[in-house]
Design a protein around this ligand. Structure first.
Ligand SMILES: *[C@@H]1O[C@H](CO)[C@@H](O)[C@H](O)[C@H]1NC(C)=O
Length: 235
């Protein structure tokens, strides 16, 4: 009897702990609940893997701005806010569709909302970027591997619109290092009305070009991050 009870209990416990990250409230690096509309730095979990996410304009007067990573760990980058799409809740929960917005002055006229932009759709700039980012010696491979071309590179820029598939993000808890809480940002077009990709969410992480510049974009890799309140840390 006791055994049965405890195994049921254990099953329930396992079930709840596996399920809970999906709706659990996200926490910042100080252990406080992540708040709607409050600016946070987005920092890589792993030490020695660069600084925080920021906005950059590599080409003079080019718009919209790209989301990139500060090369040096000491730089926290730009603060960003998280805004739930469906429910106007005070706290940010895992797997809820969000818009992510930069909390700085933007020299471009559009919004500061993140959006995923395919570099293949803009042929002029796109081709150089795809060549430099996907495979370093892609020129030689391109002819016999057309699949790479079709994939292109999807980078994250500003200029998005609230509740649009390309601006639809979520945060999920990841299990990168046991005991260390970190999160993975994903782009989930279907959660903001797109039916193009089924129920696919894409990991968002840093992809590096030949010059070592880190661009935020869709990637197969994990990019575990933590959120640090830009009002200061209270540890
Ligand atoms: C963003 O990155 C792409 C690819 O490198 C580049 O063509 C574009 O000019 C960049 N945008 C800005 C604002 O720097």
């Amino acid at each position: 009897m006791k055994t049965t009870f405890s195994s049921i209990f254990l099953t329930l416990f396992l079930f709840t702990t596996t399920i809970s990250p999906l709706t659990a409230i996200i926490h910042d690096s100080s252990g406080n609940k992540l708040l709607h509309g409050i600016p946070y730095y987005i920092l890589p979990l792993l030490r020695g893997s660069g600084g925080g996410l920021t906005l950059s304009q590599t080409t003079k007067n080019a718009c919209p701005l790209n989301i990139t990573q500060e090369p040096f760990e000491v730089n926290r980058g730009t603060p960003f806010t998280f805004n739930p799409i469906v429910l106007d809740e005070q706290f940010i929960r895992g797997a809820y569709p969000l818009s992510i917005e930069a909390d700085v002055i933007n020299p471009c006229s559009g919004s500061k909302i993140w959006k995923v932009e395919s570099t293949t759709s803009s042929k002029n700039n796109g081709d150089t970027f795809v060549t430099s980012v996907t495979v370093r010696d892609s020129n030689s491979k391109k002819k016999d591997d057309d699949d790479d071309d079709d994939k292109g590179v999807d980078i994250v820029t500003t200029g998005g619109e609230f509740n649009k598939p390309e601006s639809c993000f979520q945060i999920v808890e990841d299990v990168m290092m046991p005991g260390l809480q970190s999160y993975q940002i994903q782009n989930c077009p279907f959660k903001c009305g797109s039916s193009d990709d089924g129920f696919t969410c894409y990991n968002v992480g840093v992809v590096t070009d030949v010059d070592g510049n880190g661009y935020l974009g869709r990637t197969d890799a994990m990019f575990p991050v933590v959120f640090e309140s830009s009002y200061g840390t209270y540890v």
